[in-house]
Ligand binder design. Structure first.
Ligand code: 3HC
Ligand code: NAI
Length: 704
């Protein structure tokens, strides 16, 4: 390759270049956006260092990344494909064995394979603001390019175990304190690389082969981590393998690296790896929407109507992101309750270290305004309604907003189920109206469903997505239907759970089966937490239009008739008191009585059968949501469940799970269950077609 005429740089390829300064060679990596260690980068880096071995004038090498970060890890897109030479572990060993010492500059997010490359160099300097870490465990693998062997050599087993099993990122200062880097710098990466190489030559930076260092075996730290993980993450595979790999680091490096490779390969083959990587891409894929090219409007101030559970949470989320918020309620008492809830939420943020005590005071003193008069929202750029779930109440609000909101203001409803088209039609500006469906608690939950009505403008949709980003939430685009993507599917699969309860499974058994599958909570734990009164109201609303063929289970309604609304009233399917949580014997009596009335002889359900029916129901309705175009792609549905419904991340989401089960098996199950209830269990057309053509949901992600 010819030298660049402007910079004099040469490079083995487009991604890696060499610049010479007397006895120093700078090797720069340029693989935007995050310098992932792709095949081209690995090849270029290897060739660059190889070339320099033979250059007599070169005595030291400075390695750095151009752009926003040093290498942010292996190229995740290459996972699951046939590996291409040179492999990252070999690159790391090659760097470590370079006869010319290499100083590596860490900047941006130096993660995974990027951190491992840094640890294989002979000296390391981190720039201010660097975050370094091993996120591999979040992808179902372990640092497989020597990280489990070299990190303990520099930082000790206990610190390495903590970083590797948690995926936690540490600051430049922490890295220095742990011995993972040798110095800090405030220069730009290129300058710092030049300086670090000089410092190695001048003896101001230690020049060491990390692999030659010894590790003190720390059995106490290993056992403590094994115990912790057995308790906290019994279902996950790779964290346990991380511990085994670090345990091998007290052996000579060649032996330790062999063990690391064996464990890494085992992780790579585990279905959890595929699920977790799918989840990683789901988080990013959902931003690819038809309206992505539209320019978002500027949101400088937000109005929130309703200071109840959701309104106070939404206001908190907006305040924490730095927006000034005006909260509106029906009366002063409502405002007082709302403000108190916001203040409690901010206290929680202070406790979790997300906000300073002064920050909290500043927010309450100058960012939050309140009013009982909707006119106070007339200048807001975005107004989010979170009042009672009743169309009449929403009508009153939106008709007023149409009169008072400034032209171009975005008008959003946080409704869980109601028709956004109908709400938009209450105004003379339906293009500005959208659903912004937050999840409870709104200042904590990651998911935001952005519900696009028929007349919502592209600009309004793009603004919804920009808002989600500002609030550090994951937005998923949904069309309009009863319950949008998430609640619609949940309403459906909740019935499958109710049918099993009626036919013989105890609520606790169903919850245990689903938490055993990996859900954060089972359906009855969720129902008790959300409040049984909410679904009671929805049941009443739907009663008039409920098809005669639908099997209806009135058990939760019976609990509500006794005033048992779940957690908030002290009992529901479970009893909540000072001694803890336990199944509610009174609920079990009601279940028994209802079975008796319906003439049902209860039968036993195994955990496997519970999971099978529950997941089949979820996938069935999810397929319809896809068929109807409510969700753009299968991966959008996965994202909704991963970020809003506690779906186990390692399983990748319902559609990813569906691909593992296979369309043919799903059709077979639905047809078998249909023998009991042919109305509920109907095979969606799309699923039948998939069972015939062999097409998977994963394949549809690329096409849509
Ligand atoms: N491989 C491939 N693509 C990657 C990538 C990676 N390691 N990291 C990020 N990208 C892509 C993203 O998919 C996204 O692509 P898109 O624009 O087409 O959607 C683009 O880079 C920008 O990423 P983000 O939107 O996430 O940018 P942010 O600035 O918000 O975050 C980041 C940057 C912190 C680096 C974040 O992307 C991240 O956490 N990346 C993953 C890091 C990681 O897990 N590394 C470990 C890999 S495993 C490994 O190294 C194995 C080894 O031990 C053998
Ligand atoms: P909530 O009952 O806790 O709060 C509603 C608040 O709205 C009350 O404080 C009430 O005083 C106030 N309000 C009623 N009419 C008003 C008016 N005309 N002007 C100003 N304020 C008024 O209800 P919640 O749970 O916060 O629900 C609000 C909305 O959010 C509903 O549409 C609900 O479906 C939706 N939602 C609820 C979720 C939940 O988990 N609770 C989750 C996601 C959405």
């Amino acid at each position: 390759m010819q030298p660049d005429p402007r910079t004099g740089e040469t490079g083995p390829n487009d991604v890696v270049s060499i610049e010479r300064h007397g006895p120093i060679a700078l090797v720069a990596l340029d693989n935007p956006p995050v310098n992932a260690a792709s095949h081209a980068l690995r090849t270029g880096l290897w060739q660059a260092v190889e070339q320099l071995q033979d250059a007599p004038e070169i005595r030291a090498i400075g390695l750095y990344g151009k752009g926003r970060t040093f290498i942010a890890g292996a190229d995740i897109r290459e996972f699951g494909k046939p590996p291409l030479d040179p492999w990252l572990p070999d690159v790391c060993n090659f760097l470590e064995n370079s006869a010319k010492p290499i100083a590596c500059i860490l900047h941006g997010t130096t993660l995974g394979g990027g951190f491992e490359i840094a640890l294989s160099c002979h000296a390391r300097v981190a720039l201010k603001g660097t975050k370094a870490g091993f996120p591999e465990v979040t992808l179902g693998i372990l640092p497989g390019a020597g990280g489990t062997q070299r990190a303990p050599r520099l930082a000790g087993m206990a610190a390495a175990l903590d970083m590797i099993t948690s995926g936690r990122q540490i600051s430049a200062q922490d890295a220095l304190d742990h011995g993972l880097v040798d110095g800090l710098s405030e220069d730009d990466p290129r300058e710092a690389a030049l300086q670090a190489a000089r410092d190695m030559l001048d003896g101001k930076l230690p020049v060491r082969k990390t692999g030659a260092l010894e590790v003190t075996h720390d059995e106490a730290a290993l056992q403590a981590m094994r115990d912790k993980l057995a308790k906290a993450q019994p279902l996950l595979y790779s964290p346990h393998k991380c511990v085994e790999a670090v345990a091998a680091s007290s052996q000579p490096i060649t032996e330790g690296l062999k063990e690391e490779r064996r464990l890494y390969n085992a992780c790579m083959e585990s279905p959890q790896r595929a699920g977790l990587i799918h989840a990683f891409f789901a988080e990013r894929a959902v931003a690819k929407i038809p309206e992505a090219a539209a320019r978002p409007r500027n949101i400088a101030s937000i109005g929130v109507i309703g200071g109840g559970t959701m309104g106070s949470g939404i206001a908190t989320a907006a305040l924490l992101a730095g927006f000034p918020v005006t909260l509106s309620e029906r009366d002063q008492a409502g405002l007082d309750r709302g403000t108190a809830a916001i203040s409690r939420n901010l206290d929680g943020a202070v406790k979790r270290g997300k906000l300073s005590p002064e920050g909290r005071e500043a927010i309450l003193a100058s960012k939050l305004a309140t009013s009982t008069d909707l006119a106070a929202l007339s200048q807001a750029d975005l107004i989010i309604e979170a009042v009672f779930e009743e169309m009449n109440v929403k009508r009153e609000i939106f008709e007023t907003l149409d009169r008072i909101a400034r032209p171009g203001a975005m008008l959003a409803s946080n409704t869980s189920y109601l028709d956004i088209n109908e709400i938009a039609a209450m105004t003379g500006r339906p293009e500005d109206v959208i659903g912004l469906h937050f999840f409870s608690p709104a200042h904590v939950m990651r998911l935001l469903e952005v519900v696009v009505a028929e007349k919502t403008s592209a600009e309004t949709v793009a603004t919804g997505f920009a808002l989600a980003k500002a609030l550090k939430k994951t937005a998923v685009r949904s069309g309009v239907c009863d319950g949008f993507i998430g609640n619609r599917i949940m309403t459906f699969y909740k019935k499958a759970a109710d049918y099993m309860m009626m036919d013989g499974a105890a609520p606790e058994e169903i919850d245990r089966a689903m938490t055993g599958f990996g859900f954060a909570m089972g359906p009855y734990q969720v129902a008790d937490l959300a409040g049984l009164d909410i679904s009671w109201a929805a049941n009443k609303r739907r009663a008039a239009t409920r098809p005669a063929e639908e099997r209806y289970i009135p058990i939760a309604d019976r609990l509500c008739e006794n005033g048992w609304f779940g957690r908030k009233s002290g009992q529901g399917f479970y009893v909540y008191d000072e001694t803890g949580v336990r199944p509610n014997p009174a609920a079990l009596e009601i279940i028994g009585a209802e079975r008796g009335k319906a003439g049902i002889t209860p039968r036993a359900f195994t955990s496997d059968e519970i999971v099978s029916r529950f997941m089949t129901a979820m996938i069935l309705e999810a397929t319809r949501v896809l068929e109807e175009g409510i969700a753009l792609r299968p991966i959008d549905i996965d994202a909704v469940f991963l970020f809003g419904y506690g779906f186990p991340r390692f399983r990748g989401g319902p559609m990813h799970t569906a691909d593992l089960i296979g369309a043919g098996e799903l059709v077979r199950r639905i047809e078998a269950y249909a023998a009991e209830d042919s109305y509920y269990w109907r095979v969606p057309e799309l699923l039948r077609k998939m069972s015939e053509t062999g097409e998977s949901f994963a394949e549809m992600n690329g096409k849509r």
